[in-house]
Design a protein around this ligand. Structure first.
Ligand SMILES: NC(=O)c1ccc[n+]([C@@H]2O[C@H](COP(=O)([O-])OP(=O)(O)OC[C@H]3O[C@@H](n4cnc5c(N)ncnc54)[C@H](OP(=O)(O)O)[C@@H]3O)[C@@H](O)[C@H]2O)c1
Length: 307
């Protein structure tokens, strides 16, 4: 099969198309014919050697495709069923991948297979941040930073759906985009005093904040009231001495059951996955270069098989 193989860590040109053997499902796994794979900053970090991944490796944490095989004991999906999931720490930039079925879910009606592969990591991480880490409740004030990005645009919509009072940050070029997600108040995270602007809007600070990128975590802490909580899946940030803000670090879960429970939100239109760029498998280096610019609007997807 065709796959992107990384044989050396380094720049985007390390993403080379190669013929590699078809992966064989082992005990309990299914084989998925991949239609699309999401591209995110985690792929860039891994390609640069920051995760200590063994070489060579096939990148890609998330995908959508159809089930085409299984080992005898794999349960839960039938051949030809469209599925998507956060499948692991690699393997999705390829025509086929093996996967544990508990990391997969049926693709929601609202998503085409070519786009669904870009949803799982950020959708699961947004949901775990808003609902598990922050425990967001109706009527609370919540800040979602970098709300135009992959994680931010989904987290902002989940927070709006939870009927919280949502304030978001984004660069100026993204303010209209974030308003269209249902967020009324958007502040520019390149203004040095943006945390104070959030405090002013909320009379003393938000109850909770999801800092989606490292660059905004200290600002999110400053914008949160004493007794409040900040959650982030990104590294960095520190609570200054004398502040009573809880900083929670968490990871997105590889959880097909959770993805399945989120499907009605996509199907009802409460949460929309926005794809801003689509690349073919062999154009993976261009997709990585775009992610590296750091101003992704929504998500970037690689289309692997055409039909
Ligand atoms: N551990 C996990 O389980 C997990 C899962 C998912 C994501 N993550 C991490 O979460 C982070 C965000 O992921 P993502 O998918 O949302 O990334 P992304 O889509 O690449 O984020 C892009 C956004 O970052 C904003 N940004 C860039 N530089 C900024 C700066 N200096 N100040 C403020 N905002 C800035 C941009 O906003 P503007 O263009 O509007 O300025 C852009 O919208 C990454 O570090 C990722 O690795 C971790």
């Amino acid at each position: 099969m065709r796959a992107i193989l990384v044989e050396q860590f380094g720049d985007p040109d390390m993403l080379q198309v190669r013929e590699v053997p078809l992966p064989q499902p082992t005990s309990g796994e299914v084989l998925v014919r991949i239609m699309s794979a999401g591209v995110g900053p985690w792929d860039v970090a891994q390609r640069q050697g920051r995760f200590g991944t063994e070489l060579p490796y096939i990148p890609g944490f998330e995908c959508a495709g159809t089930v085409v095989g299984r080992t005898g004991d794999a349960a839960g999906f039938h051949d030809g069923e469209p599925v998507y999931g956060y499948i692991g720490l690699g393997g999705a930039y390829a025509e086929y991948a093996t996967c544990r079925p508990d990391r997969l879910a049926p693709v929601p009606m609202a998503l085409a297979l070519w786009e669904a592969g870009a949803a799982p990591v950020d959708l699961l991480t947004a949901d775990a941040g808003i609902h598990d880490a922050l425990g967001l409740r109706r009527g609370q004030t919540v800040l979602v930073t970098a709300a135009a990005g992959g994680l931010g645009h989904l987290a902002a919509q989940l927070a709006v759906h939870a009927e919280a009072h949502v304030i978001a940050t984004a660069g100026r070029d993204h303010h209209d985009f974030v308003h269209k997600l249902g967020v009324r108040e958007v502040v520019d995270h390149y203004d040095a005093d943006w945390p104070q602007r959030v405090r002013d809007i909320t009379s003393g600070g938000v109850d909770a904040a999801l800092s989606t990128v490292t660059a905004t975590t200290d600002g999110a802490i400053a914008a949160t009231r004493d007794g409040g909580v900040v959650a982030t899946p990104a590294p960095g940030g520190e609570v200054p001495a004398g502040r009573r803000v809880q900083l929670l670090r968490y990871q997105g879960p590889m959880d097909g059951g959770r993805l399945a429970r989120l499907a009605p939100l996509l199907d009802d239109g409460a949460v929309a996955l926005i794809i801003s760029a689509r690349f073919d498998l062999e154009d993976a280096p261009a997709a990585h270069r775009q992610v590296e610019q750091g101003h992704t609007r929504g998500k970037i997807v690689l289309c692997v098989n055409d039909d």
